[in-house]
Design a protein around this ligand. Structure first.
Ligand code: FAD
Length: 401
C-alpha cells in the first residue's frame, strides 16, 4: 500500500513544532512527510522587534531547520508556496507542484494595512529576518547621514511607529533603548531624535489592563516616546505620515505594526476566510475540507466567552501544532475521532526594552524586571519544546538580570 502524503506549509511556530512532534511519533514511518518553507531556516517571529531596533543580532533569532528537523524522517522543500488547489489536492510552489493526502497550512500572517494609502510603498514591516535586517540598517543609515549633510534634515531622526498594539509597543521599547547608543556613536544630541507611537484606538495596548497600559506608557515616555493616541493615520507618504485632521509628521522611517491578516495564499486559494484567516472546525480542519488542517496565524478561532476571535499568537500556534499532530496521527491510523482544540492561555507578557516588561501570568499582573525575566523564560520555553536543552543553551536568552 502506498504511503499517505502529508505536506506541511510553513516552518514557523506551528509548522516547526508540528514537524518535531511527527518525527518523534510513528507517523514519519507510516506516512511520507514533507515540510515546505521559503527559507532553509526557521526564525522566531516573536523576537523580531529586537533585531529590527538593533538591540539583538538577526542571527540570534534564526536557526537552520535541519538543526532541529531530521531530513531523513521529514523531507524538506525550500520553495515559496503560491497557491493551494484543494479540489486537486495539490500545492503550487514557485518551482514545483506537490500532491497531498493531508495538508497543513501554517504560513503565518501579513501586515494589515486597512487599505490606508502609501503603507506598502513607504512603510517598513516587522515580519521576517530579511525585513528586520532592512529596518536595522535603515535606522543606522539615517543616523550616519544626518551629520554628513550641511543642511540638517530632521526627518532622518524622526521615527514613527504606526500602531501601539503588542508589536508596536515592543518595537518602540527596543528602539528607545537603542537610540542613546546610536546618538553616542554618531555624535548626535539625544533631544534631536523624535520617537512617535501613533495609535488609532482610544488607548495604547488595547485589550491590556489599564494599570499595565499606564505603566508601559510611563516607562516609554520617560525614554522620550511621544504617544499620539486616538489618532488615525490617513496616509503614509514619502515625507512621513498625514494624520486625521490634517497634521503631518515628517519622517524618513515609518514602521507599520497595526495588526495582521492571514497569509495571502489563503485568499488566493479560494478558501472561505475572514481577513485572510480560515475559521477552522474544532479539530482544526478547514470547513468542507477534511484533508486540510490550518494552524497558527492562518487559523481563526473564536473565544466563546467574549464571542470574539482570539488574537493570533505564537502561544496558540504552538498549542495548535500539538493538537494537529495528534489528529494527523489518528487519521494515519485510520481513526475517525479527532481531538478538539482548546487554547490554554497561560498569560501574555510584552517587553518594553531593557529590563522592563508588563503582562499577565495566570491571573497575576507582572511589571518591570520580574516581568522581563518571565518574558525571557517564555522565549526559552519555546526553544525547549522545539529542541530540548541543547537548543536553549545554543540559542536561548540566558542573561536574566
Ligand atoms: P510564523 O511563525 O510567522 O511562520 C510562518 C512561516 O511560513 C515562516 O517561516 C515563513 O517564512 C513561511 N512562509 C510564509 N509565506 C510563505 C510562502 N508563501 N511560502 C513558503 N513559506 C512561507 N505571539 C506570542 O504568543 N507572544 C509574543 O510575545 C509575541 N510577540 C510578537 C512580537 C512581534 C514583533 C511579532 C511580529 C509577533 C509577535 N507574536 C507573539 C505573534 C507571533 O509571532 C505569531 O502569532 C506567530 O509567529 C504565528 O506563528 P505561525 O506558525 O502561524 O507563523
Amino acid at each position: 500500500k502506498q504511503k499517505q502524503k502529508i505536506v506541511i506549509l510553513g516552518a514557523g511556530y506551528g509548522g516547526m513544532i508540528l514537524a518535531a512532534r511527527l518525527q518523534k511519533s510513528t507517523v514519519y514511518r507510516d506516512a511520507q512527510i514533507t515540510l515546505v518553507n521559503k527559507h532553509n531556516y526557521h526564525y522566531q517571529t516573536t523576537w523580531l522587534h529586537e533585531p529590527a531596533a538593533g538591540t539583538m543580532h538577526p542571527e540570534k533569532t534564526r536557526m537552520k531547520i535541519d538543526s532541529v528537523i531530521d531530513f531523513n524522517k521529514i523531507s524538506f522543500v525550500k520553495d515559496t508556496v503560491l497557491e493551494v488547489k484543494p479540489e486537486e489536492r495539490k500545492v503550487v510552489l514557485e518551482n514545483a507542484e506537490l500532491d497531498y493526502d493531508i495538508l497543513v497550512v501554517g504560513l503565518g500572517s501579513e501586515p494589515e494595512t486597512f487599505g490606508i494609502p502609501g503603507v506598502h510603498e513607504h512603510a517598513f514591516a516587522i515580519r521576517s529576518v530579511n525585513s528586520v535586517r532592512v529596518i536595522r540598517e535603515h535606522i543606522e543609515y539615517n543616523f550616519a547621514n544626518y551629520n554628513k549633510q550641511d543642511e540638517k534634515d530632521d526627518s532622518l531622526l524622526t521615527f514613527i511607529v504606526a500602531g501601539a498594539g503588542f508589536t508596536g509597543i515592543e518595537f518602540i521599547g527596543e528602539l528607545s533603548e537603542r537610540i542613546p547608543e546610536l546618538c553616542e556613536e554618531y555624535d548626535i544630541p539625544r533631544e534631536k531624535v523624535k520617537l512617535y507611537s501613533v495609535e488609532a484606538a482610544p488607548t495604547a495596548l488595547p485589550g491590556f489592563d489599564e494599570e499595565l497600559v499606564e505603566y508601559a506608557m510611563n516607562v516609554l515616555e520617560s525614554r522620550g516616546v511621544e504617544f499620539k493616541i486616538n489618532t488615525p493615520i490617513e496616509e503614509v507618504t514619502a515625507q512621513g505620515v498625514r494624520l486625521k485632521g490634517g497634521e503631518e509628521i515628517h519622517s524618513n522611517t515609518v514602521v507599520w505594526t497595526t495588526g495582521v491578516r492571514g497569509n495571502s495564499v489563503i485568499e488566493k486559494s479560494g478558501f472561505e476566510s475572514m481577513r485572510g484567516r480560515i475559521k477552522v472546525e474544532k479539530d482544526l480542519r478547514a470547513p468542507g475540507h477534511e484533508d486540510v488542517f490550518v494552524i497558527g496565524d492562518c487559523a481563526l478561532i473564536i473565544n466563546e466567552e467574549i464571542n470574539r476571535p482570539y488574537p493570533p499568537t505564537a502561544q496558540i500556534a504552538i498549542q495548535q501544532a500539538y493538537t494537529a499532530a495528534n489528529n494527523i496521527k489518528a487519521l494515519i491510523e485510520g481513526k475517525k475521532d479527532l481531538e478538539a482544540f482548546k487554547p490554554d492561555i497561560k498569560g501574555t507578557v510584552a517587553s518594553l526594552g531593557g529590563k522592563e516588561a508588563i503582562g499577565v501570568v495566570g491571573s497575576r499582573k507582572v511589571y518591570g524586571n520580574s516581568a522581563s525575566v518571565v518574558k525571557k523564560m517564555i522565549d526559552n520555553r519555546y526553544l525547549f519544546l522545539l529542541g530540548g536543552m541543547p537548543l536553549v543553551l545554543k540559542k536561548g536568552k540566558l542573561k536574566f538580570f
